[in-house]
Design a protein around this ligand. Structure first.
Ligand code: GLU
Length: 387
């Protein structure tokens, strides 16, 4: 069978595959400790579920506008003003099937054959694949643990060519947990404006920050960068709404219009009653976000303390998100083999760094309970001692 050529280089999502494998093993009765997908273990807060149930009862069960329910777009505009100091109108905003879909729509709207998209590595594994699906060229720029896995303005400048269309920024970062400081964000903004390229800022982890780390949206650095920025965000991580599939993108009207055109043909609109849950998430008390953050903070301390005491591995301290990126180069194993052995022999599921562009590392998500973390760390330690 001849499939479309554009798929020939596209790698299936390893995060989803390993998470599904861990879930299937659990269903078979295997005692798996899963640190695989970045999926908070908390249930969605009750007030959000109640709002969606009420929407169902009120008959919000029909098609809606492709770009999203007007009330949700208003709530998003207000959030972007209050939290990020950004002046967007509702026409600058579209609601998408999760943050991931906002990025996919953007690649389809903006990227074509010959366009280069700069992606710092380690990267979230779907970025390069989305660029490939749009028939563009991902340009991967390796960062270093010494620089906390952050691209420098000089590295960005060097990677820009006349073909560069877009730069992908993700802070707090998946998979490293790095957070760019406001000064670092401003320095990158200057390079982007100077080169006259676009930036997509994936801010899905903006609320998950530790040790006083600060999130600055790059779009807030001035009117010139504002005009070149697309902001991707969603409800999955902050409000534990992964399965709801509600995200959004904010940016220049012509791009949002083009993305809406694509979405209109691809998925119509995002599930109507789910959008009413998202409205409640934004308009109600944010205490649930703080409660979950407190739990992540405790888990982060436990997991980092345990890893620091283990042989043959090291990690930098993540300032955001809920991932820890561990250097395994001293074990002599590459990431895929390491993960396969760990899962088969010790029933611990983690993601190989090769999926994120770094074969010397593995990623652990600590969006899981302390019991699993402690048990999983015991097993990881035993595995490392056996090598
Ligand atoms: N973004 C999460 C992760 O990296 C969920 C899985 C996915 O969409 O890749 O684990």
């Amino acid at each position: 069978m001849k499939l479309a050529t554009r798929l020939s280089d596209v790698i299936p999502s390893v995060t989803l595959a390993i998470a599904a494998k861990a879930k299937a093993m659990k269903a078979e009765g295997v005692d798996v400790c899963s640190f695989s997908a970045g999926e908070p273990d908390f249930d969605t807060p009750d007030h959000i579920k109640e709002a969606a149930k009420l929407a169902l009862d009120q008959g919000k069960t029909k098609y809606g506008p492709s770009s999203g329910e007007p009330k949700l777009k208003e709530a998003i505009a207000k959030k972007l003003k209050t939290d990020n100091n950004l002046d967007y109108k509702t026409e600058n905003i579209m609601v998408t099937n999760g943050g991931k879909h906002s990025l996919y729509n953007l690649m389809m709207a903006l990227i074509e054959t010959g366009d280069e998209v700069i992606i710092p590595a380690p990267y979230w594994l779907s970025y390069p694949e989305m660029v490939r699906l749009a028939e563009g060229t991902p340009v991967i720029v390796a960062t270093t643990a010494e620089n906390d896995y952050k691209i420098t303005p000089e590295q960005l400048k060097q990677a820009i060519t006349p073909k560069t269309k877009l730069f992908v920024l993700n802070s707090p970062s998946n998979p490293t947990g790095s957070v760019y400081s406001p000064a670092e964000i401003k320095a990158l903004a200057e390079v982007i404006v100077e080169a006259d390229i676009f930036v997509v800022s994936d801010e899905i982890y903006e609320k998950i920050l530790y040790d006083g780390a600060e999130h600055l949206s790059i779009a807030a650095c001035g009117p010139e960068i504002f005009a070149k920025t697309l902001i991707s965000n969603g409800f999955a991580k902050s409000y534990s709404m992964t399965g709801w599939r509600v995200g959004y993108m904010a940016g220049p009207v012509p791009i949002i219009k083009a993305m809406t055109n694509i979405q209109g043909h691809a998925t119509s609109n995002v599930c109507t009653f789910a959008q009413y849950g998202a409205i409640a998430a934004l308009e109600s008390s944010q205490d649930c976000v703080a409660t979950m953050l407190q739990a992540f903070t405790e888990r982060r301390k436990v997991i980092i303390d345990r890893i620091k005491s283990m042989p043959k591995v090291s990690c930098s301290i993540p300032s955001g998100a809920f991932y820890v990126f561990i250097d395994i180069s001293q074990t002599g194993l590459k990431s895929l083999e390491f993960c396969e052995k760990l899962l088969e022999s010790y029933q611990v599921a983690v993601i190989p760094g090769i999926a994120f562009g770094d074969d010397n590392c593995i990623r652990l998500s600590y969006a899981t309970d302390l019991n699993t973390i402690n048990k999983g760390m015991d097993r990881l330690e035993q595995f490392l001692m056996s090598l």
